[in-house]
Design a protein around this ligand. Structure first.
Ligand code: NAD
Ligand code: WQD
Length: 350
């Protein structure tokens, strides 16, 4: 298939690129580098030993999107392009709605005009808010607790309406739980700008000495050890699910909404211990107050994805920690050489 990855230089997108390219798909990336580095393209080229077809496009730019769709006849789009920081979304809700929802409307319009009718969408466990029952099934009540989550829910609904309006349009909503880890090469991985919001990149930065200690948000949750429990999933397992979802849309000709998690809850301290074992480094931590908006436990029932896609997570917490550590130890500053070479500068200003 000829596949367009919107937001494909981001953390999850670039791992999906590697899986899709390895399966023989012809993949094009579009991104505006608002939260990623041009370095990713060089790394992907090294790993795949071939050039990456890349377009610098902002999803909010309708003309640029129309032009992109005129360059090639795509069979399917995978839509990763969104802003994703919960705290920032509370401070800048308009930017989140503008980027995530306007960008998605533009993309759907460009797809309609180009008659591209297969979409895989990056949704999130955030659409479940504070779950009533665990593990979480896809038919659980949807309730969002912050503007970022609201944009994801609105995008799911918008895509659902497009499917109802055009019975030939096919979509797969993939509700990711907590993606962590990196490609086994250690050449691509998660590189948050500034202070990491999420647990695993924070642990990684403590391990390489960029930060003194981890703040554990609450030690009095009703969980196994008092710390928050989440369903961490290796990013390469997640990436594989995108290829499986594309196959499903082509094969079954039906829409799909599935959870992507391991089904196993892991506490903050369990992850810290797993990381210490994998890295051989001590991770100093301090238990502090709960973070606003956090919940005690979130983990998936991933059985629907197994039934429909034949997909299940294969990597365990040890592998997640091992690969996150390999990436961070090989790239202590992430893609810090951002804009450090002439070719990066050219790409960034193109
Ligand atoms: P990321 O920020 O690393 O990747 C998103 C990419 O989209 C970035 O490269 C960014 O530059 C690009 N982008 C954003 N707005 C754009 C725009 N207007 N035009 C063009 N490109 C744009 O994030 P990620 O972790 O790879 O997440 C990918 C998707 O998965 C997002 O939609 C996110 O909401 C969703 N998701 C992520 C997580 C997670 O914890 N990482 C969990 C659930 C869902
Ligand atoms: C995990 C656990 C924290 C940082 C977020 C988004 C969600 C989805 C995934 C996009 C919690 C604890 C964290 C730290 C800590 N993203 N923690 N110290 O909150 O489950 O989910 O990312 O869709 O929408 O909300 O992930 O990694 O931030 O937190 O103790 O410095 O680690 O309290 O228990 P979360 P997280």
């Amino acid at each position: 298939m000829r596949i367009l990855l919107c937001g494909g230089t981001g953390y999850i997108g670039c791992h999906a690129y590697l899986v899709l390219a390895a399966r023989g798909h012809e993949v094009t990336i579009a991104d505006n580098f608002s939260n990623s580095s041009p370095q990713v393209l060089h790394r992907l080229e090294t790993l795949t030993e071939s050039s990456v077809n890349f377009h610098r496009v902002d999803m909010r730019d309708r003309l640029a999107l129309a032009k992109l769709f005129s360059t090639r006849r795509f069979d399917a789009v995978v839509h990763f392009a969104a802003l994703k920081a919960v705290g920032e979304s509370c401070e800048r809700p308009l930017d989140y709605f503008d980027n995530n929802i306007s960008g998605t409307i533009n993309l759907l319009q460009a797809m309609r005009e180009a008659e591209v009718r297969n979409l895989v969408f990056s949704s999130s466990a955030t659409v479940y808010g504070d779950p009533e029952r665990l593990p979480i099934r896809e038919d659980a009540r949807l309730q969002v607790t912050n503007p970022y989550g609201r944009t994801k829910l609105v995008m799911e609904e918008l895509i659902g309406d497009v499917c109802r309006a055009d019975p030939a349009f096919r979509s797969a909503n993939l509700r990711y739980f907590n993606p962590v880890g990196a490609h086994e090469s250690g050449m691509v991985g998660e590189d948050p700008g500034g202070i990491p919001n999420n647990l695993m990149p924070y642990i990684c930065q403590v391990a390489v000495g960029l930060r003194d200690k981890l703040s554990v948000f609450g030690g009095d949750w009703p969980t196994v050890d008092g710390t928050g429990v989440r369903d961490y999933i290796h990013v390469m397992d997640l990436a594989r699910a995108h290829a499986d979802a594309l196959d499903y849309l082509a094969r079954e000709d039906r829409n799909l909404t599935v959870n992507l998690g391991t089904g196993k809850g892991v506490s903050v301290l369990e992850l810290v211990r797993g990381f210490e074992k994998a890295s051989g480094r001590n991770i100093p931590y301090e238990i502090v107050d709960r973070r606003n908006g956090d919940v005690a436990e979130v983990y998936a029932d991933p059985s629907l994805a197994q039934r429909l896609l034949g997909w299940r997570a294969e990597f365990d917490v040890d592998a997640m920690c091992r690969d996150a550590w390999r990436w961070q130890s090989l790239n202590p500053q992430g893609y810090a050489s951002l804009f450090s070479t002439e070719s990066d500068r050219a790409l960034a200003t193109a």
